[in-house]
Design a protein around this ligand. Sequence first.
Ligand code: TRP
Length: 331
Amino acid sequence: MNQAQKKRSLSGIRSSGNVHIGNYLGMIKPALEYQKDYDCLYFIADLHALTTLRDKELMHQYSMDLVATWLALGLDVNAHTFYRQSDVPFVTEYAWYLSCFTNISFLEKAHAYKDARANNKELNHGVLAYPILMAADIVMYDVDIVPVGKDQKQHVEMARDFAGTVNAALGQDVIKLPEPVIREEVMTIPGLDGRKMSKSYNNEIPLFCPEKQLRKKIMSIKTDSTDMEAPKELDGTLIGDIFKFFGQEQQYTDLKSRLAAGGMGWGHAKEELFQVINDYLKDARSEYDKLRQDEAHLISVLDDGARKATEIAVGPLNRLRSALGFKEVEL
Ligand code: TRP
């Protein structure tokens, strides 16, 4: 099958912090699996990051971290497209078109907006318009599926709604409606304190940090103070839940029965958890460390991606432009 006949998968991740294992399990890993059967477009959502991050050095650093991360994990940038959102500025134009068809009250229903409001976070217009830009990200590429973590599901549903509204208003199917896809088994990844793993809770396990730091993070998981000798139940604990994502089933049942037999402390269980995570990540981490040193290469990957992404976007953009009575753009 050539790329043109393939269905398209698109997803993005904000460059607003360090990549953590919640990002990996919830989004990056499933997204990478679509490489086999889909034409994939994955990108760095730096325009979205700007709603909260205005430090240009950090923005650059997080963006470079993301390119190196995706490459180290096996994204094939020759067969697929990896780009930086701000390198394809047509998306802000597309977002404007969607804006003019979308009622504000609809945007006020977004969970992320409501959270920001409830927690007295800065409410700039970007926070309110966030789902519009995200919808433009998606529909400007005639996307079929959008692999996202559970927290982004509402945003993808909103993208469908915005697109449907425009189609209805124009009386034609100008915009293709995307589907969110969420892996049930990785719906919510718990963080170090048991709440959802998130930058905003400061409870993340970084994906590629030095081994020592990874161990320290794992060791900081809070456990009950049952004494060392007492038998312990692994099921339903945070250590057990995280272990399941990285260890084989056999390793899990083995650890479970040793804990149940007594004489083993939670500290030992955490050490084993560290080992399985570290074994899982170490090859990709050394690849990451190598890639991360060559920013010129990372930037050339992005430049290439921006060219490919622009070529794809111009078709859907022109469809909407001409439906609205605007002149088509030429590349
Ligand atoms: N909002 C997403 C997040 O915070 C990032 C994102 C931006 C995105 N545009 C997108 C995800 C389009 C999927 C599709 O993680």
